[in-house]
Design a protein around this ligand. Structure first.
Ligand SMILES: Nc1nc2c(c(=O)[nH]1)N[C@H]1C(S)=C(S)[C@@H](COP(=O)(O)OP(=O)(O)OC[C@H]3O[C@@H](n4cnc5c(=O)[nH]c(N)nc54)[C@H](O)[C@@H]3O)O[C@H]1N2
Ligand SMILES: Nc1nc2c(c(=O)[nH]1)N[C@H]1C(S)=C(S)[C@@H](COP(=O)(O)OP(=O)(O)OC[C@H]3O[C@@H](n4cnc5c(=O)[nH]c(N)nc54)[C@H](O)[C@@H]3O)O[C@H]1N2
Ligand code: SF4
Ligand SMILES: [Mo]
Length: 884
């Protein structure tokens, strides 16, 4: 019998409600929860494909010590013994936890409690340091607390939505769809996108400001000065509810127009249009994400934005306010439990002795950390230079995602004892572990997450735990017990942890702290099971509220908000040797280091390779052609990527995705190129403005292969592997062509040495095509050329699942394209219905002139809708081409 479970998507901070349906035969399908207020039934491409990512391939199913399977008892004893010994010998600061915004609140709470209250160090940091810490620091400077004032509804109610440093269409797709729907219903609504690249998000923009890297502080300072000269300035609000306006304004006014233009790279007309629009619209929401946070001026960028909202009193009211878009599903929950090295639980302040005393009393803790711990980049440097003797990494893959990624890898081999808790035992980080602990993943674990609008939702289990995998909180509670803290960690389940967390949030609070969910302090396990999603705050004896700061009351001691007098500094990193700016970020269908989305063939079809976007003029100057392989080099390292020549990219700048890693590509771990430069206030690394250079990669042969079996270790200068419906897809290149391609293929792909391929060889052009069959089944088709391989990828991939009884069918594989009269789909745009760009352009040529019309004839864009921005982009491109 089928069972339906209401849960929450484990990917982005939009926090969509999901209904998972498990059939009697174990098959799982997912759909959006129509009753969930984050998504009202919508899901994006990643959410819709969740059912394809929960298989057990690559899963870590048993604890391992030094690569051998071990029992939980043995592994946990060892972890406790080594952490205990390190603390006894070198003090509490010799150990550290590095956790994640993908931990559930309950896991996070236990990790933070154990480290800060029982081990007695604040050496617990999280990948949220790379993600949200500049927003946290900015909020705390301005508001006296880390508070997101508004809700998603504000984006729909606004007359102007400014998106700065956010590729909403790809990174918060359902929120983007809500915004797009609101704009369609109210065409007067304006959207401004501020981003050095012309991203897919720009498809709904009325104005795109292609800002120079890190020009944001200058832009929003200029805006503040403009607002001060306009009727938009709310002097009464400033006087009643804020401090520091004049100092901030003085700095802003000192910025002259020429400097403003130089730092932002924008024309006077672009700047003027934006300033007028902002000043002239009362209902304005400014959303920001990693283009703001991941910078050496990230915190100042946040405050430059907040200054403009405070100056106009446009905060905490319907359709108005600054809005920090959180990335991970539980970035916010991590902040609520105080899981950063410089925070305390329940939004209390580590530096405040009264707060420390309060948390210690509540926890009945033997100690409490009394100074901030090491922030992520410094934490791994400390591991590298021997200061950290035992490190526990949980739900994050720092060998890929941290800057100085090679140093991080070296740090893990230097550090005497590294524990990794993950679902996968084969990540780049897991490979460096001394002890591997198998964790429950989405669908198996139980707890809560908080999304960008402060909405707490349940993640519920609907699958049985595979192998010996156990919840992260349980692993830590067991270690705590072995360290002698059994009584404080005697939880029977996540509901008890959540209730304790709720009780702490209300403990001696009385409205003095924003985070209060005291209404749930006595919650039973049954109530927790049924818990519908809710927005915090939810105090026990008072009314909750939708928005913060509507009353003009902030959390600094005097109740007033602070303007921060920021100043604009140039952030020019380029040098003669490294004359380009490397920007890094996300693509639509992959999640971070691909440990889960990489399992889905549909998601891997959208963009199947690590790439580097480059402007046509830069490409021409460097002798780089579209689809050629290129090296991208920084002072720290070098990667090999596929060139994507596009005017969406600004001149002088490159963009590369953060996703690919050593499990999916030869040399594409972009973190290895990024220096550990951080924001002085937040410690957040600057992953979007890196000096680099690019050059063509000298490949003697390019190859594309479809393979029935996953190949083992590949000995190619370049390779990128992706999941396909019936096997694997592989792009590769060699610096030297082998003497015999058939031999090479058999060895490289682990094929039966007795298999003889059919194929052809074009000696002059250099094209070679080989297909290996086992009976009627295709086991490998390999297409080789001296330059980028021109073969219909989708067609070749489809051959894997088909039988090839006759010679004609086999020769068709070699031809590498569909029969005459049939269109090859081309690169997949709509992953729900596998509709490619060639089909969409054909439909446009036949008269489909809108996203809806294309949907009507091809279904593209009619399910999850994540590709609608791209379809719009293709329509624009076709129209532009037709007009030329
Ligand atoms: N598909 C997908 N979605 C995701 C994720 C994923 O891995 N895949 N990850 C989630 C997570 S954890 C996060 S943090 C979010 C991130 O979500 P976003 O922040 O929207 O994503 P990014 O691609 O990192 O960066 C956003 C944009 O900032 C721009 N940018 C770079 N430098 C500057 C600058 O100096 N100023 C301005 N104004 N813009 C700049 C980049 O060009 C880029 O388009 O996405 C979440 N959603
Ligand atoms: N160059 C560059 N680098 C970046 C960024 C960028 O824009 N550019 N963005 C940064 C940002 S914003 C972020 S958030 C980080 C993300 O970077 P990471 O956190 O390193 O990336 P993930 O792939 O999400 O890693 C999550 C890991 O946890 C495992 N996992 C999943 N669920 C569970 C669970 O329930 N329990 C346990 N124990 N393990 C689990 C997964 O298998 C995976 O190995 O990357 C940062 N790095
Ligand atoms: S927008 Fe997509 S990835 Fe984000 S929570 Fe919703 S379904 Fe998941
Ligand atoms: Mo993130």
């Amino acid at each position: 019998m089928a069972v339906e479970t209401k849960t929450t998507c484990p990917y982005c901070g939009t926090g969509c409600g999901v209904i998972a349906r498990r059939e009697g035969d174990g098959q799982v399908s997912v759909k959006g929860d129509p009753d969930h207020p984050a998504n009202f039934g919508r899901l994006c491409s990643k959410g819709s494909a969740l059912g394809e990512t929960i298989d057990l391939e690559g899963r870590l199913l048993h604890p391992e010590i030094g690569g051998r399977q071990a029992s939980w008892e043995e592994a946990l004893d060892l972890v406790a013994e080594r952490f205990g010994a390190a603390v006894a010998e070198h003090g509490p600061d010799a150990v550290a936890f590095y956790v994640s915004g993908q931990c559930l609140t309950e896991d996070y709470y236990v990790a933070n409690k154990l480290m800060k209250g029982f081990i007695g160090s604040a050496n617990i940091d999280t990948n949220s340091r790379l993600c949200m810490s500049s927003s946290v620091a900015g909020h705390r400077r301005a508001f006296g607390s880390d508070t997101v004032p508004g809700t998603y509804e504000d984006l729909e109610l606004a007359d102007l939505v400014v998106l700065t440093g956010s590729n909403l269409a790809w990174c918060h797709p359902v929120l983007y769809q809500r915004l797009a729907a609101a704009k369609a219903a109210r065409p007067d609504m304006k959207v401004v996108v501020i981003d050095p690249r012309r991203t897919m998000t720009c498809e709904i923009a009325d104005l795109h400001l292609p800002i120079r890297a890190d020009g944001d502080v200058a832009l929003f300072m200029g805006l503040l000065a403009h607002l001060a000269r306009s009727p938009a300035l709310d002097r009464a609000y400033i006087a009643a509810h804020t401090r520091g306006f004049h100092a901030a304004l003085a700095e802003a006014e000192a910025l002259d127009d020429a400097t403003l233009q130089a730092l932002t790279g924008l024309t006077p007309a672009e700047i003027e249009t934006f300033f007028r629009l902002f000043a002239g619209t009362t209902k304005v929401v400014t959303c920001y994400s990693q283009g703001v946070n991941q910078s050496t001026s990230g915190t100042d960028k946040v405050n430059a934005i907040l200054n403009c909202h405070l100056a106009t009193g446009r905060i905490g009211r319907p359709g108005m306010g600054p809005f920090s878009l959180t990335g991970q599903p539980n970035a916010m929950g991590g902040r609520e439990v105080g899981g950063l090295a410089n925070m305390l639980a329940a939004h209390m302040v580590l530096e405040d002795p009264e707060h420390r005393g309060r948390v210690r009393r509540f926890w009945k803790a033997p100690v409490i950390a009394d100074r901030p711990g090491l922030k992520a980049v410094d934490l791994f440097r400390a591991a590298a230079d021997g200061r950290i003797k035992a490190l526990w990494i949980m739900a994050t893959n720092p060998v890929v995602s941290l800057p100085e990624a090679d140093l991080v890898r070296a740090a893990l081999s230097t550090c005497p004892f590294v524990v990794v808790s993950d679902m996968s035992g084969t990540t780049d980080t897991a490979r460096e572990a001394d002890v591997l602990l198998p964790s429950l993943g989405w669908g198996e674990k139980d707890g809560t997450v908080t999304n960008s609008e402060r909405r707490i939702s349940r993640q519920r289990a609907f699958l049985t735990a595979p192998g010996e995998a156990r919840a992260d909180w349980w692993q830590m509670a067991e270690v705590a017990r072995r360290l002698g803290h059994g009584a404080a960690f005697a939880y029977q389940g996540p509901s008890e942890i959540f209730a304790e967390h709720a009780a702490l949030s209300a403990f001696e609070n009385d409205g003095s702290r924003d985070f209060d969910i005291g209404a749930f302090a006595d919650m039973s396990n049954e109530a927790y099971e049924e818990l519908p999603s809710f927005l915090w705050p939810r105090p026990a004896n008072r009314q909750g509220k939708e928005r913060f700061f509507a009353d003009g009351r902030f959390y600094h001691g005097d109740g007033k908000a602070r303007f921060v007098a920021v100043s604009a500094q140039p952030a020019e990193r380029r040098t003669a040797d490294f004359p380009l700016t490397l920007n890094t970020g996300r693509i639509r269908d992959q999640w971070h280091t691909m440990t889960r989305t990489g399992k889905s063939a549909r998601l891997s079809a959208h963009i199947a390779e690590p790439f580097c976007e480059i402007h046509p003029r830069d490409a021409a100057a460097l002798g780089i052609e579209d689809a050629q392989l290129v090296t991208v080099t920084s002072p720290l390292g070098r990667v090999i990527l596929r060139a994507l020549v596009t005017v969406r990219q600004a001149e002088g700048a490159l963009f590369a995705p953060m996703h690919w890693n050593d499990a999916y590509a030869a040399k594409a771990r972009i973190g290895a190129l990024i220096p550990g430069l951080t924001d002085p206030h937040s410690g957040q690394p600057a992953t979007k403005n890196v000096a680099a250079r690019a050059a063509p990669f000298a490949a003697a042969a390019y190859g594309f292969a479809v393979l029935a079996q996953k190949p083992g270790d590949l000995d190619c200068a370049y390779w990128a592997l992706g999941k396909a419906e019936a096997g694997w897809r592989l792009e590769f290149a060699l610096e030297e062509a082998p003497a015999n391609w058939a031999d090479w293929c058999r060895a490289a792909f682990g094929l039966d040495p007795s298999l003889e391929p059919i194929g052809y060889l074009d000696a002059t052009g250099g094209d070679v095509r080989l297909a290996f069959f086992a009976g009627e089944r295709l086991v490998a088709a390999v297409y080789l050329a001296r330059g980028p391989v021109a073969v219909a990828r989708g067609f070749a991939l489809a051959q894997l699942g088909q039988s090839h009884g006759d010679l004609k069918a086999r020769l068709g594989v070699i031809a590498g394209r569909p029969d005459a009269g049939r269109v090859d789909a081309g690169a997949i745009v709509c992953s729900c219905f596998s509709v490619g760009i060639n089909q969409i352009t054909a439909a446009i040529r036949q008269g489909a002139q809108s996203v809806e019309a294309i949907g009507a004839c091809l279904n593209a864009g009619t399910n999850c809708g994540s590709c609608r921005a791209e379809i719009k982009g293709i329509l624009h491109a076709c129209h532009a081409a037709a007009a030329e």
